[in-house]
Write a protein that binds this ligand. Structure first.
Ligand code: MN
Length: 314
């Protein structure tokens, strides 16, 4: 299948980092980027942005990247052929672009892709300069046990030794372009378009013989039921896979959220205050419901006792 490839003027100096997001995720993406800049103030980045965002957000992003003396490239390409196989209105659709990065960034050798729901909370120089010669991608294992059964079935069907999370993904673009063509990838997507985790499954299966395993500190996936904060604290990159602290239907004041707001407070500004108010409202309603439930239970027990008392009399 022939696909139009843009020839983007891409510089090779600096560290190459790619993001894909839309307007809905713009502020959380900017928080991820901010956390990257703040923890690498001596580093010069080439930021490749593959999302479709409003013109005002584009201007905002350009100014923001300038402050940290890095380069920003907006890369637009046609990926509408995916609409044949995936729901174009779904949240995942924009993310599918990340599959194509090694083929569109033709002058780039190594490229680190980052999700827009991450916080880089320590220096990640070791990852930024990691040599993965002979491998296509470097990923950390996926340990989202909520979908354990589904993951196990993917693993057995496609004979995968491990299953990885694609939120942090270091591409060895040169190796990939040597070993595979874009047509190989498109053909693979055509044949495997019913996978439950979309592009993440595709990365796992398509590159299965050439995956370098990263330590979990480079993609620590936070879950609702995580008890210990120590492991989160010591991780280099934390990934909000199901808790999204900036979304109003998630609990705002959880202990896990504070790692995000340490950076997010500088990016969300007044919107954060609005979110706090919503969360406080939600929490007080929950508290009211809980106390009412406790009272109702007590009343029911009391009523049952009275009922028993009368039954005895009859
Ligand atoms: Mn993610």
């Amino acid at each position: 299948m022939a696909i139009h490839l843009d020839n983007n003027p891409i510089k090779r100096t600096g560290v190459n980092v790619a993001f894909c997001c839309d307007d809905n995720f713009y502020l959380s993406f900017k928080t991820t980027l901010y956390s990257l800049f703040i923890n690498h103030q001596d580093c010069f980045f080439n930021i490749y942005f593959f999302g479709s965002i409003s013109s005002s957000n584009r201007v905002d992003l350009l100014n923001f990247v300038k402050v940290y003396s890095s380069n920003l490239f907006f890369v637009d390409f046609d990926y509408s052929f995916f609409a044949k196989y995936f729901d174009a209105s779904s949240y995942y659709y924009n993310n599918l672009k990340r599959l194509l990065l090694p083929f569109y960034c033709k002058n780039v050798d190594y490229l680190l892709y980052l999700d827009s729901d991450l916080i880089i909370q320590k220096n990640i120089d070791d990852l930024l300069h990691l040599d993965i010669a002979g491998y296509a991608v470097a990923l950390a294992l996926d340990f989202n046990t909520d979908s354990f059964k589904l993951v196990e079935s993917i693993r057995s069907t496609y004979r995968l030794d491990f299953y990885y999370n694609a939120g942090v993904l270091l591409y060895n673009c040169t190796f990939i372009r040597e070993q595979y063509t874009l047509d190989d990838l498109v053909l693979f997507v055509e044949k495997n378009n019913n996978l439950p985790f979309f592009d993440q499954d595709i990365v796992n299966i398509f590159y299965k013989n050439h995956i370098f395993t990263l330590g979990k500190e480079y993609n620590y996936q936070i879950r609702h039921y995580d008890k210990s904060n120590n492991i989160i604290k010591s991780s280099r990159i934390i990934h909000y896979i199901n808790i999204k602290p900036w979304q109003k239907h998630y609990p705002f004041f959880t202990r896990k959220s504070r790692f995000f707001w340490r950076y997010g407070k500088y990016i969300f500004g007044t919107k954060r205050k609005h979110l706090i108010r919503l969360a406080q409202c939600k929490q007080s309603i929950l508290l009211l419901l809980k106390t009412t439930m406790v009272k109702l239970k007590k009343d029911l027990k009391y009523l049952a006792r009275i009922l028993n008392f009368f039954k005895k009399d009859i």
